[in-house]
Design a binder for this molecule. Structure first.
Ligand SMILES: NC(=O)C1=CN([C@@H]2O[C@H](COP(=O)(O)OP(=O)(O)OC[C@H]3O[C@@H](n4cnc5c(N)ncnc54)[C@H](O)[C@@H]3O)[C@@H](O)[C@H]2O)C=CC1
Ligand SMILES: O=C(O)[C@@H]1CCC=N1
Length: 274
């Protein structure tokens, strides 16, 4: 049986950076009922982003150091390129009583540990469907992270979807698959809708059908059946589906998706080496 997500009463969660991923996680945990907005705080140089967080009840502070000072768990949610500077600026405020969680693509635990000066760190690769409680997240633990820290972060991300623990060596590939993956699916939905329009459907109907078809097809995996079996169930001999699949194969659909995951993995690796 799945363990229920719990969050200790009054424990404060801070986000350094109030961008899209921080918003997906915050709204996801608020909507799940795990944490109330009054126990979440953030800071961001963009007034639009500050206003966005204020609008759903999160406390917006003046500086990153205020977020750290007033939080027990601090999520680094800025772009990978500025993580080093941000963490080094925060170093005087960081100490072992803070659990630091990084969601930055391509930023390794050992670098974070050097910059932060301690190892009570957890690295997580989430994805944006956390917003609707359907996120896919993976974590790996820094040297000093405890079993309780792992459970706390598991609770946080379980409230917004599914969470796995994996060795850090897999993180570039995880980023290329589940971190970036929602975007590949949106491109596919857009293309399916365009196909419907090309075949004469009104745009609204085409987009509605494309979205619901992808949602329903993904939900069918909960039956436990393999995607190949589910594909065969749709595909009548000499029918319409095999005519469509033949075109997909002609266009190297599978190879193209595989290459997309590998290209994103390589980009994550580059970010970790820069
Ligand atoms: N967007 C996604 O689907 C995913 C993003 N990530 C990671 O999450 C992190 C954030 O990405 P997004 O939310 O997409 O980016 P974003 O650009 O939406 O958010 C970053 C935020 O940081 C703010 N910021 C810039 N400088 C700052 C500073 N010095 N201090 C505090 N805030 C500052 C920006 O104004 C912006 O609002 C990245 O490291 C990314 O690799 C991880 C998984 C998925
Ligand atoms: O595109 C990016 O770099 C981030 C990391 C995973 C998803 N978005």
């Amino acid at each position: 049986m799945a363990v229920e997500a719990t969050w200790p009463e009054g424990l404060k969660l801070g986000f350094i950076g109030a961008g899209r991923m921080a918003e997906s996680i915050s709204k996801g945990v608020i909507n799940s009922g795990l944490i109330s907005p009054s126990n979440i705080r953030t800071a961001d140089p963009s007034s639009d982003r500050r206003d966005a967080f204020t609008s759903f009840g999160v406390t917006v502070l003046e500086s990153n150091s205020q977020v750290v000072d007033s939080s027990d768990v601090v999520v680094l949610a800025v772009k990978p390129q500025i993580v080093k500077r941000v963490v080094m600026d925060l170093k005087p405020h960081l100490s072992k009583d803070k659990l630091l969680v990084s969601i930055a693509a391509g930023i390794r635990l050992k670098d974070l540990q050097d910059w932060a000066g301690y190892g009570r760190l957890i690295r997580v690769m989430p994805n944006t469907p956390a917003l609707i409680g359907e996120g896919a997240s993976v974590m790996c633990l820094g040297e000093m992270a405890t079993k309780e820290d792992q459970e706390l972060v598991a609770s946080l991300f379980k409230a917004v979807g599914k969470i796995w623990t994996a060795d850090e060596k897999y993180f570039d590939a995880i980023t290329g698959l589940s971190g970036s993956g929602p975007a590949y699916v949106y491109v596919a939905i857009e293309a399916l809708a365009d196909g419907g329009v090309a075949a004469g459907l009104p745009r609204d109907l085409a987009l509605g059908l494309a979205s619901q078809t992808v949602l329903g097809a993904a939900g069918m995996l909960n039956t436990g059946r393999h995607p190949g079996q589910l594909k065969d169930d749709v595909t009548s001999p000499g029918g319409t589906t095999i005519a469509g699949i033949r075109e997909l194969e002609r266009g190297a659909f599978r190879g193209t998706l595989m290459n997309a995951v590998v290209a994103a993995t390589e980009r994550s690796r580059e970010l970790s080496e820069s």
